[in-house]
Design a protein around this ligand. Structure first.
Ligand SMILES: Nc1ncnc2c1ncn2[C@@H]1O[C@H](COP(=O)(O)OP(=O)(O)O)[C@@H](O)[C@H]1O
Ligand SMILES: [Mg+2]
Length: 247
């Protein structure tokens, strides 16, 4: 297993020279990145650079033309979404995709692989464990998805992805459109999930949130990675921030 510098963490997700097209437009032009076990990696950049497409390509929702996607030592390149999910990767899309006519609890149960909670695995997510970590969902467990606030919908989208017991979570713009106090709550939940052992690849427009959570940061320019470094290195690099972020 290859390792990267700090702490000798082993590489968990490795993407090499990934190319993805939408029709004729070449929206990922040789993306390479890694996420180590236990790491939170932030993928940042202006609108339209290809951040969401990077997550969708890993997840099998956008079809890559060439490159490598290796998860826990196995190639998942070009695999369909259900296979990527079975391999242990969870996805929280930008649009959240809550089922409006289902209760909070039924929305959570949709995230259970094979529809049956694995009682034999003490580490598996159950509704009880979910409600401990997400007390706001417990209070709303019989409410329909449509009746939730934006923050509650985001918590539900994260909770639903966790019900599949992912070891890596891909999260796209989780704090978008939320009030500052809810942004903090979502931030804290992601930190807690990471402490529970889930690695996270986070696309985020809120630089403070990203910098407070991430171990390392990738900045995307149009269709490519323009910068990679630790949070401290980005903090010390005003040129990279000016080039790739709206600051
Ligand atoms: N389904 C699609 N069909 C065609 N072009 C798309 C589609 N989704 C995104 N794009 C284009 O691909 C580029 C990257 O988009 P996206 O990955 O959503 O960027 P980001 O998440 O960084 O804002 C943009 O130019 C966008 O307009
Ligand atoms: Mg996006």
């Amino acid at each position: 297993m290859p390792t990267w510098g700090m702490g000798g963490c082993s590489v968990f997700l490795e993407i090499n020279d990934l190319n993805t097209y939408y029709g004729p437009s070449h929206v990922l032009q040789g993306i390479s990145l890694t996420v180590a076990k236990g790491e939170i990696v932030a993928l940042l950049g202006r609108n339209g650079m290809g951040k969401s497409t990077t997550l969708k390509t890993i997840m099998g929702l956008a079809k890559p033309k060439s490159g490598q996607v290796v998860f826990q030592g196995n190639s998942i390149f070009g695999n369909p979404p259900h296979k990527v999910s079975m391999a242990g990767i969870g996805y929280v899309p930008e649009e959240r995709r809550i089922f409006p006519n289902l209760s909070v609890e039924d929305n959570l149960l949709i995230g259970v692989k094979g529809g049956v909670i694995d009682q034999s695995n003490p580490d598996a997510w159950t509704l009880e464990k979910m409600y401990e970590v997400f007390p706001s969902l417990k209070k709303r467990r019989t409410n329909k998805g449509a009746n939730l606030s934006g923050g509650e919908q985001q918590m539900l989208a994260i909770g639903r992805a966790l019900m599949g017991n992912p070891s890596l979570l891909l999260v796209d713009e989780p704090t978008e459109g939320l009030a500052p106090i809810i942004v903090e709550a979502v931030r804290d939940i992601l930190a807690e999930i990471n402490k529970m052992g889930v690695s996270i690849l986070l696309v985020e427009h809120n630089l403070n949130v990203a910098m407070s959570l991430a171990h390392r940061v990738y900045l995307m320019g149009k269709a490519h990675i323009g910068f990679v470094g630790t949070v401290k290195e980005l903090d010390n690099n005003p040129d990279a921030r000016a080039q790739y972020l709206e600051v």
